[in-house]
Design a protein around this ligand. Structure first.
Ligand code: FE
Ligand code: ZN
Length: 175
């Protein structure tokens, strides 16, 4: 749930549930946003990275559903204000005009903010699950966390090898 929603935090169970609902909403939003990011990307490797992360993201939704099931709860979306904002930053890049490689660099920057947000949120959720001795739930969250980290590293790799250098070459030279 968003930061401005009042919740009762009486136990780590409440905390974990809040975090799972927040992530469930975030992953759904990303499932809608990633095809748009892929369509906007010009560099082939970046387009492919977004599309392969889209497939992973659909799986993240399913993994969260397994976590809810393990807790005997129905999956429910809380509003993730952070992801709404991060995706709106990404839309700003999608709508922008200009040099395609510079725009790709901007898409990567926006996407990496998303991955880092997810890594932070999954890390906390996993910690709460561990605290509650819910090893199965913690393992599900860890799997997704590992994929978010790998996705982030892939984006760094693309930026460093294919995108930033040619994009920067067309920028004003600094002496
Ligand atoms: Fe994800
Ligand atoms: Zn992700």
């Amino acid at each position: 749930m968003g930061m401005f929603t009042v919740s009762d935090f009486n136990s780590f169970d409440d905390l974990l549930m809040d975090q799972l609902r927040n992530l469930y909403d975030a992953e759904h939003r990303l499932t809608d946003a990633l095809p748009k990011m892929a369509a906007a990307a010009v560099t082939r490797g970046l387009k492919e990275a977004f599309l392969s992360h889209l497939e992973q993201t659909k799986n993240h939704v399913r993994r969260l559903e397994s976590a809810f099931a393990a807790l005997g709860k129905n999956p429910e979306r809380g509003t993730c204000q952070a992801m709404k904002g991060l995706i709106s930053d990404g839309s700003h890049v999608i709508e922008a005009k200009g040099d395609s490689q510079v725009r790709d660099a901007a898409l990567i920057a926006a996407a990496q903010c998303v991955e880092h947000y997810e890594m932070a949120a999954y890390g906390s959720a996993r910690a709460f699950a561990k605290q509650l001795n819910l090893a199965d739930v913690a393992a599900l969250l860890q799997q997704t966390l590992d994929e978010e980290r790998a996705a982030d590293q892939k984006l760094t790799g693309l930026a460093e090898t294919e995108i930033n250098y040619p994009a920067a070459k067309r920028s004003v030279a600094r002496v």
